[in-house]
Ligand binder design. Structure first.
Ligand code: WTA
Length: 665
């Protein structure tokens, strides 16, 4: 378990304040009151497959209805609704042309500079069809992989939907990843095309995208790539490779605004999304079509209580899973109006979120605890950017995602953004789970700051010990899910063995899905509190980072002999990255150390992306190791926190180096 989340989790455990959903909210909620919640839970327990079959029929339009709900024959390679056929883009767009939503605004696009573009469902449908026809004209077909390396834009969402429409499997790579990270993902996915923009506009700056794609492709190994489609966002100067590169407008302008959807099997891979695990290489989490869509639509109703009149805003990036399920697919599947924001929370001022809520009369707002914590700081320093300086009366529901929220930040959000009138859904889930797993239901669950409360109906979450046995409430353990659920990860792309061993470990009996988080349930309420990762995965500003990945990047530098990376609690980002480094040359000190540390930070930025740059680097002649040569990360975590070591260090080979590692370069 890593230190920051452990600490935050524990803060949550002592929490006794309870906040009930407002009565008026409950009265109109999709799941109204705890009795309604309990009835759904009971239905799932009584007839697990029947429960999911009913929901899949009610929430998804099937071109060929399924007759088999769940196939467990080849567990843990579960199949859901396998003989059904459908198309995700049909469900998200065409459905909205015939149900009265055609002229409804699907997307309110708020650009970095404040320019607003509204797109109706009819317009989005036409855009996606043209895009899909354009992709087809390049020879892209069902089963091909397409990498999307895009800014936050209507075109980014359209690119995903267009792939879904023709049965191509997309893999979105976050625009903050480096050329090297992009290249690795292109190769692993075997992608035939990259969709990108010339540049992205964030915080008043123009940042390159196409240039990074060029760099990635020039690194070699990407021979599967035939085309690069470029959306002109800023008009910045970019290089063009004849025959390979094509402007999006040239690709789509003369295409028909209709495109027959490719009807795919429910298990057809909708997307691959790379995420960090506890080894040096990221894993391609592969999701299926039918079960994923069901979950995206259903959780929009259950957790967000989405109504036709809502203006919904999720501040995530399409490069992360939250931007997949709760921007590209969930909101459109339920015909919602949503804000899509190109910029950053602090530009042109740290009240941008609140100003945007006021401007578009946002009713549901979903963001990350890190953003909340940084905006608390900013509004403490400057009243003008405090939420109280804006009219936020349109808000009726708030949400958080990606990391634990500490009770103080929860309270601030509740009081200052929600005016003590909005429920907060603290949604626990993962790239692998496809959508929300444990979360309050806004019209039902009494909320406790810092707790994600109870599993959604049908989600058999539990806490077990290292042998897979249940632990009693009040006793911490390992979070598992005991039964498969529709939107679960299907496999790791190109690596089914890693999927099986990593997520369904034999030690726990081989049947439970292992989330990778520790958790504890409250003795009285049974509420879950997540206590942090149990593997070597850090959560920095809600971004998942593998310590091994950062270590591999560091040791790839010619100066570095050895490196160990640990997380350190951070007031704003939850955790921050602290790297302990041994150089091939003598341990540097003073200005030398500062210069090399800066060089290594830039290096990691190039190897992985700026989000992986260590905040601190400390140099030693060696790392603390046991006599058998194992690095003692426990000690490094204590050192990172600046605490003194009280543990027994008698097994340590080289106790003297602990002194050296106290100092940050
Ligand atoms: C953490 C993001 C506490 C957790 C959707 C998980 C959370 C990892 C919460 C997944 C929450 C996510 N409370 N911790 N509400 N939500 N996490 O794959 O450690 O980027 O395993 O998915 O984030 O991160 P991922």
């Amino acid at each position: 378990m890593n230190a920051a989340t452990e600490q935050q989790g524990q803060q949550g455990l002592g929490e006794t304040r309870v906040f009930n959903p407002p009565a008026a909210f409950t009265a109109n909620a999709a799941v109204s009151g705890m009795e309604a919640y309990n009835a759904l839970v009971a239905e799932a327990e009584r007839d697990y497959e029947g429960f999911w079959a009913r929901l899949a029929r009610e929430n998804v339009d099937w071109q060929t209805p399924f007759t088999r709900t769940l196939n467990e024959d080849n567990a843990p390679f579960y199949k859901w609704f396998e003989d059904g056929k459908l198309n995700v883009s049909y469900n998200c767009l065409d459905r909205n042309l015939t149900n009265g939503n055609a002229d409804k605004t699907a997307i309110i696009f708020e650009a970095d500079d404040g320019t607003v573009t509204n797109v109706t469902y009819k317009e989005l449908h036409a855009k996606v069809c043209k895009f899909a026809n354009g992709l087809k004209s390049l020879g892209i077909k069902k089963g091909d992989r397409v990498v999307i390396y895009m800014s936050m834009s209507v075109e980014g969402v359209a690119a995903m939907q267009a792939c879904a429409r023709i049965g191509a499997t997309h893999s979105v790579v976050f625009g903050g990843f480096s050329a090297k990270s992009l290249q690795e993902r292109i190769i692993d996915a075997g992608a035939v095309a990259v969709i990108t923009a010339d540049e992205q506009s964030r915080g008043g700056k123009q940042l390159p995208l196409k240039a990074i794609v060029d760099e990635a492709l020039a690194m070699g190994g990407c021979d599967t790539i035939k085309n690069v489609v470029v959306y002109k966002r800023t008009g910045g100067n970019i290089a063009f490779t004849e025959g390979r590169d094509i402007w999006l407008s040239d690709l789509v302008d003369n295409q028909a605004a209709e495109c027959e959807p490719e009807w795919v099997e429910a298990e057809h891979p909708l997307f691959i999304l790379y995420t960090s695990g506890s080894t040096g290489t990221p894993k391609g989490v592969q999701h299926a079509t039918g079960g994923y869509l069901l979950w995206a639509a259903l959780t929009m109703k259950w957790s967000f209580d989405i109504k036709p009149s809502d203006v919904y805003w999720c501040t995530a990036d399409i490069g992360w899973v939250t931007g997949h399920t709760y921007i590209a697919y969930g909101p459109t599947a339920v015909g919602a109006t949503q804000v899509i924001f190109e910029g950053v929370p602090t530009f042109p001022h740290a009240g941008r979120f609140w100003e945007t809520v006021q401007k578009h009369k946002v009713t549901i707002f979903y963001t990350a605890p890190t953003a909340i914590r940084s905006l608390i700081k900013a509004s403490d320093a400057d009243e003008k950017v405090h939420p109280k300086s804006f009219d936020l009366s349109s808000l009726r529901l708030l949400g958080t995602v990606g990391e634990p929220i500490n009770p103080e930040a929860w309270m601030w959000y509740y009081r200052n953004v929600g005016r003590e009138a909005c429920p907060i859904v603290d949604t626990f889930w993962q790239t692998e789970t496809g959508g929300h797993m444990i979360t309050p239901l806004p019209g039902a669950t009494p909320m406790v700051p810092g707790s994600c409360t109870l599993p959604l109906p049908g989600i058999m979450a539990a806490i077990v010990d290292e042998s897979g046995a249940d632990v009693p409430n009040g006793q911490g353990g390992i979070l598992v899910v005991k039964r498969p659920w529709p939107s679960m990860i299907r496999t790791i792309w190109n690596n089914p063995d890693r999927f099986k061993a990593g997520y369904f470990p034999e030690e726990l009996g081989g049947k439970y899905y292992l989330a990778g988080d520790g958790a504890i349930r409250n003795k009285d309420t049974g509420y879950f509190t997540i206590t942090g990762r149990i593997d070597d995965v850090l959560n920095v500003s809600g971004h998942r980072m593998g310590t091994m990945e950062i270590e591999s990047a560091l040791v790839a530098n010619p100066l570095v002999a050895e490196a160990a990376v640990v997380g350190k609690p951070d007031d704003t980002t939850g955790e921050s990255i602290c790297a302990f480094v041994v150089l091939k040359q003598a341990r540097p000190t003073g200005e030398d150390a500062k210069r090399i540390a800066a060089e290594l930070r830039t290096w990691v930025g190039k190897e992985i992306g700026p989000i992986a740059k260590p905040k601190e680097i400390r140099f030693g002649d060696n790392l603390p190791k046991t006599r058998s040569g194992k690095i003692m990360r426990r000690l490094l975590r204590v050192l990172a926190k600046g605490e003194s070591i009280t543990q027994d260090v008698s097994t340590l080979e080289n106790p003297a180096i602990l002194e050296q590692l106290k100092e940050t370069a």
